[in-house]
Design a protein around this ligand. Structure first.
Ligand SMILES: [Zn+2]
Length: 394
């Protein structure tokens, strides 16, 4: 059976390339909902033509009125097959590239590579997921198990309007496969750091630097001491990084500054470390009498931890790859993705099922053409294994 998936996907190589190119040709920057919806309409039509039950899902945040969310395109859900158990295929079709980027990064096949804005992150991944789903559907394997795809439109800007949808869909799923770009060489991501962002605001008292310096309390001076304290929260050996990425403060050279701010990026491999950093940030207090320090923010994306359930899912993927002679590796990523949300719910999640390539968010963004077909076949083999699991559990 698994070799037939390779044959099946090989026979549809041109179909797959056309599918990916059609999505890349319709530019879809996160902040341009009309453009994103044009790309979404193309994707929806293609998924419906394959028999998918496609629903457009307007952006939403629990408790926030819909009009406030008009700057985000509609997310897409597509369901294939029947059965009570669900496998979720997750990704996004927004990109970091503005409209017109195709002029500098033309869609082209060259030297065995397919180039274009968003091809690696992650429109090729959507193509791979779709071909693999076609393969298992045509093999009659989706009778007792359904494959649900959720393709969102705000991943590159923090997933605020898709998070609730992602979590609801993951909650109904036995496993989540995320189609973000693979690690170099095609390795899957079995762990991802949790990502937090904090803002610190320091308030002091302004005064004339020459006439009344004693009446002032410098917020900048206090911030300088805070930065040293924040730096000490790092623990590189445990994968905990804390970076003060932006600072600002003061108004003029001759004024004791009344206010200063910093924006801080924090990352951690484990939930315990993320919580420790969050608590330590919240507990920071002034060193200099007369200043006030306040900290807002937190870990928006909890870590995707390399748990036993994640490793069991990876083992299934590794065996599916081995069936067709592909050695599948695993590794970790410093950045977060929507897989961090699903993993935090305890749903086994594997990330990095997207194409093999390079240059996410960079001008040389591309995928390796000859690696696409075997990758789709590996994913089909994994879906077959997960569908068989579903049958056994019913
Ligand atoms: Zn991405």
């Amino acid at each position: 059976m698994p070799t037939t998936f390779l044959d099946y996907c090989t026979a549809r190589r041109d179909w797959l390339l056309d599918f990916i190119e059609a999505l890349v040709a319709i530019e879809s920057p996160s902040d341009d909902p009309q453009a994103v919806n044009r790309c979404g309409a193309e994707l929806a039509a293609r998924l419906a033509a394959l028999g998918g039950e496609v629903t457009r899902l307007p952006p939403s945040i629990p408790g926030v009125p819909a009009v406030a969310l008009a700057k985000v395109g509609d997310h897409l859900r597509a369901s294939f097959g029947s059965g009570s158990r669900q496998i979720l295929l997750l990704g996004h079709f927004d990109t970091v590239w503005p409209i017109g980027q195709l002029a500098t990064m033309p869609l082209k096949r060259e030297g065995g590579r397919l180039y274009g804005p968003g091809v690696f992150d992650m429109k090729a991944g959507i193509g791979l997921a779709t071909l693999a789903t076609r393969a298992v559907m045509d093999a009659g394997l989706l009778q007792d198990c359904r494959v649900v795809m959720l393709w969102t439109t705000d991943e590159e800007v923090g997933s605020t309007t898709s998070r609730a949808l992602i979590e609801a869909e993951a909650g109904r799923s036995a496993a989540v496969l995320v189609f973000e770009p693979s690690l170099p060489g095609g390795a899957l991501k079995t762990s991802r750091k949790g990502v937090g962002q904090f803002e610190m605001v320091v308030r002091g008292v302004s005064a004339h630097a020459g006439l009344d310096p004693g009446k002032g309390v410098s917020a900048v001076r206090e911030l300088a001491r805070q930065i040293i304290a924040i730096d000490e929260l790092q623990d590189p050996a445990r994968g905990v990084t804390v970076t003060v990425g932006v600072i600002a403060g003061g108004t003029r050279a001759n004024v004791v500054p009344a206010e200063a701010r910093a924006i801080i990026d924090a990352r951690a491999v484990t939930r315990a470390d993320a919580e420790r950093v969050g608590r330590a940030m919240a507990a920071l207090s002034p060193h200099i009498a007369g200043t006030e320090v306040s900290v807002t923010g937190g870990f928006d994306r909890p870590p995707l931890e390399r748990t036993a359930a994640v490793m069991a899912l990876f083992e299934q993927a590794r065996l599916a790859a081995k069936d067709i002679g592909v050695a599948l590796e695993e590794g970790s990523a410093g950045g977060g993705s929507d897989g961090n949300f699903t993993a935090a719910l305890g749903v086994p999640t594997l990330d990095g099922f997207g194409a093999i390539g390079d240059g996410a968010h960079a001008l040389h963004e591309h995928v390796e053409i000859e690696a696409l077909v075997p990758r789709a076949a590996v994913i089909a083999g994994l879906l077959q294994r997960l569908a068989a699991d579903a049958t056994a559990a019913d």
